[in-house]
Design a binder for this molecule. Structure first.
Ligand SMILES: C[S@@+](CC[C@H](N)C(=O)[O-])C[C@H]1O[C@@H](n2cnc3c(N)ncnc32)[C@H](O)[C@@H]1O
Length: 199
């Protein structure tokens, strides 16, 4: 099960995105600080061109696995980070992760959630690969209204349907799946859900 349609779109977008600035380093560091990633194994789902990798490595994780549907996005990461033994790339669909149960301390999903066509299935996958006490971080450095405006105006018809739901909706889904909600923000500046896997 590979989302071939979105894969083709993101492959096409990879070259232009590699030239775009990512989030400010200070903002990315602040985001990741809360996860206490030192010595941890991290899955960066929908890693794109690697916007969080530099900040991630500063947290001194044991492994930082960049997973993406788009091999063209991953090629941008490899071009920068292939010499770093902590960073690995994984060409996979978030709905069907080729990863063993309970192997990650953190799953990070930055600017990816609206693109997941079967959100419940992907969230279930995130829970499966997280170890007990592991954390799932869903984040957008912009307001939900802005994200949805950008997607509704996309030149790609398919992406116009990629709408980010209110955090309370996603938090309820996560609770139903057995996550514990640790933080939820959905305001004019930010969208963030931090959830823990208690058992
Ligand atoms: C808006 S970009 C975000 C990239 C990066 N996380 C960032 O913060 O800049 C969305 C990324 O999610 C990836 N993506 C979309 N659907 C996916 C899926 N089902 N599985 C894995 N990656 C996916 C896309 O290829 C793209 O690289």
């Amino acid at each position: 099960m590979f989302d071939k349609e979105r894969e083709a779109i993101f492959d096409a977008l990879a070259a232009e995105w590699s030239c775009l600035p990512g989030p400010p380093l200070a903002a990315a560091l602040e985001l990741l600080d809360a996860l206490e990633l030192e010595g941890k194994v991290v899955l960066d789902v929908g890693a794109g061109t690697g916007a969080l990798v530099e900040a991630g490595l500063r947290q001194r994780p044991k492994k930082w696995i960049c997973c993406d549907l788009s091999s063209a996005m991953l090629a941008q990461i490899e071009a920068v980070w292939s010499g770093n033994p902590v960073v690995e790339t994984l060409h996979a669909d978030a709905h069907n992760l080729p990863l063993e149960d309970k192997t990650f301390d953190a799953v990070i999903c930055n600017a990816v959630l609206p693109h997941l066509r079967d959100r419940l299935r992907a969230l279930t996958e995130f829970r499966r690969v997280l170890d007990v006490n592991g954390k799932l971080l869903i984040n957008h450095f912009q307001a939900r209204s802005r994200i949805n405006e950008i997607h509704r105006n996309s030149s790609y018809r398919l992406l116009r349907e990629d709408i980010l739901p209110p955090a309370e909706v996603v938090a309820a889904e996560l609770t139903e799946l057995g996550f514990e909600i640790l933080q939820s923000v959905d305001n004019e500046e930010r969208y963030l859900i931090l959830a823990g896997k208690p058992e």
